[in-house]
Write a protein that binds this ligand. Structure first.
Ligand SMILES: Cc1cc2nc3c(=O)[nH]c(=O)nc-3n(C[C@H](O)[C@H](O)[C@H](O)COP(=O)(O)OP(=O)(O)OC[C@H]3O[C@@H](n4cnc5c(N)ncnc54)[C@H](O)[C@@H]3O)c2cc1C
Length: 459
């Protein structure tokens, strides 16, 4: 039999990783607020893999992409997938994000998208994104779980007067190309709506989106997938990957999964040495979140901020914020390229300062949670969902550009249809293969330059 070695044995927090080992270590506590919103977390820790098993499909990563793929494979196509997760289910970005269920998984400007895939496929991209957002609520309803949805749409607020023009241009695209019920609001209208901050020069409500509890979404997917027959394993890091004939052999410390087809759903946590076709193509980026104690009605009134619809600003290095069901403020922002304890402390104090600058009435409000995690960018500035060019039995759902809550769940569904041979029609944008960054070892330097540029030009 042909014995083709795909990768040498690898460690999860492996060689060549862009961030320190602690960033990838599932034993390191995350400290996310979401962990405190569930009384029973036992669903996150199904037994690790302890044997040799064979199956049609194996999935790497127990986050939204992997769990959604497993659920859809089992429920819609009667294919029992086995999911390997290095930590607890949802340990990656899925269990610790901001819970913006929104569009925006491509960072490409509209005109560039048209240039790349044409007008029709660009329109289809916007339709796919809307379907992804709406699909989350439909799925939760059908499967009978709650995600604590909040708000109507998603606002983009101009953080300087000159960004109003950008919002006007985006408004035209969202209404006339995408067909979304997007609306422009002047600064005064936004204040009246219940969003009074120090950076308000008008806003665009994209008209599609809402806020949710991402850990409840992960839980819902995991429990539904399990009930339908998917096999989920926590604490089961893939440590070695071999291909023998048409079988992938995925080895963990406790066992091996043999599968004819595999899905890589590890997004920002993808080990650098995982597979040659992915090498140097992903750029994991840190995002940071703080959560205050619950604000009283009087405190919300004093700031003039009471609407729970999610909101982010027009910076490329953006801040995103929303009120949570128990009245806390969640305030997030991208930043950091080292993830050392010193950098985390610095970012915590910076975010704290920025939050208080935007919301002066809350300058004495205590912060109860601060954490970070890895989202994922690609060189082509949009996700890749589909078959890898290197091996027809290798599938990926990766690089959601910090907008993966809706898109990852949708990607899981699309991948399930792909593997079932249904050839789902999705925008060609998502099918374009990943390409390595030039001199991939310099990815973090590119990011630092990008951040400096953004801070300098956007204020
Ligand atoms: C702080 C933060 C805030 C965010 N806020 C938002 C938001 O508000 N809205 C939005 O749309 N998106 C947001 N995102 C992005 C979104 O969370 C992600 O795009 C999405 O969760 C990706 O899901 P995933 O399942 O593909 O990957 P992840 O959830 O990252 O899961 C990948 C999993 O793969 C596992 N893994 C890696 N290597 C191995 C291995 N060798 N063996 C076994 N398992 C392995 C990891 O342990 C991890 O659990 C945010 C991201 C972060 C970090």
């Amino acid at each position: 039999m042909m014995r083709e070695k795909v990768v040498k044995p690898l460690q999860v927090s492996s060689r060549g990783a862009l961030y320190p080992p602690s960033t990838y270590d599932p034993a390191c506590p995350v400290g996310s607020y979401w962990d405190t919103t569930l009384t029973d977390l036992s669903w996150r820790d199904p037994a690790p893999l302890q044997q040799e098993v064979s199956c049609d499909v194996a999935i790497l990563g127990g986050g939204l992409t992997g769990l959604s793929a497993a659920l859809h494979l089992a429920r819609d196509h009667q294919i029992q997938a086995h999911v390997l997760e290095a930590g607890a289910l949802g340990w990656g970005a899925s269990g610790r994000n901001g819970g913006f269920c929104s569009v925006g998984a491509s960072n490409l400007p509209y005109a560039w998208m048209v240039k790349r895939v044409g007008q029709a496929e660009t329109v289809r991209y916007y339709q796919d994104q809307r379907q992804a957002v709406e699909g989350v609520l439909e799925l939760a309803e059908v499967e009978g779980f709650s995600v604590d949805p909040q708000g109507q749409g998603c606002y983009v607020v101009a953080h300087r007067p000159r960004y109003w023009r950008e919002l006007e241009a985006d408004h035209l695209i969202y209404t006339q190309v995408a067909g979304y019920p997007a609306q422009l609001l002047t600064a005064e209208e936004l204040r009246e709506q219940g969003f009074n901050s120090q950076e308000n020069y008008g806003a665009l409500n994209i008209g599609v989106g809402f806020g949710l509890n991402p850990l409840k979404l992960t839980q819902g997917l995991a429990q539904s997938a399990r009930q339908r027959g998917a096999q989920l394993y926590s604490c089961s890091p893939l440590v070695a990957w071999e291909k023998i004939g048409s079988w992938h052999h995925w080895q963990t410390p406790g066992g091996t999964v043999r599968a004819r087809q595999v899905i890589v759903a590890s997004n920002g946590y993808t080990p650098e040495a995982l597979h040659s076709s992915l090498k140097g193509s992903l750029l994991p980026v840190l995002s940071n979140i703080l959560v205050t104690r619950p604000l009283t009605e009087a405190e919300k009134e004093a700031q003039g901020w009471w609407d729970p619809t999610p909101l982010y600003d027009t910076r490329r290095l953006l801040f995103y914020y929303r009120l949570l069901p128990d009245g806390r403020l969640l305030f997030g922002g991208r930043g950091g390229t080292r993830d050392t304890p010193e950098e985390r402390r610095h970012l915590q104090s910076y975010m704290n300062q920025q939050m208080r600058r935007l919301f002066p009435a809350w300058k004495a409000v205590e912060i109860e949670h601060f954490w970070n995690g890895l989202a994922c960018l690609s060189r082509q500035m949009h996700p890749h969902i589909g078959r890898s060019g290197a091996d027809p039995s290798l599938w990926v759902g990766l690089a959601y550009h910090g907008s993966g809550v809706a898109t990852a769940v949708w990607a899981g569904k699309v991948l399930a249809q792909d593997l079932a041979g249904l050839q789902p029609q999705i925008s060609a944008l998502f099918r374009r293969p990943l390409r390595p960054f030039p001199w991939p070892q310099l990815r973090l330097q590119y990011l630092r330059l990008g951040y400096l540029w953004a801070q300098w030009t956007e204020g």
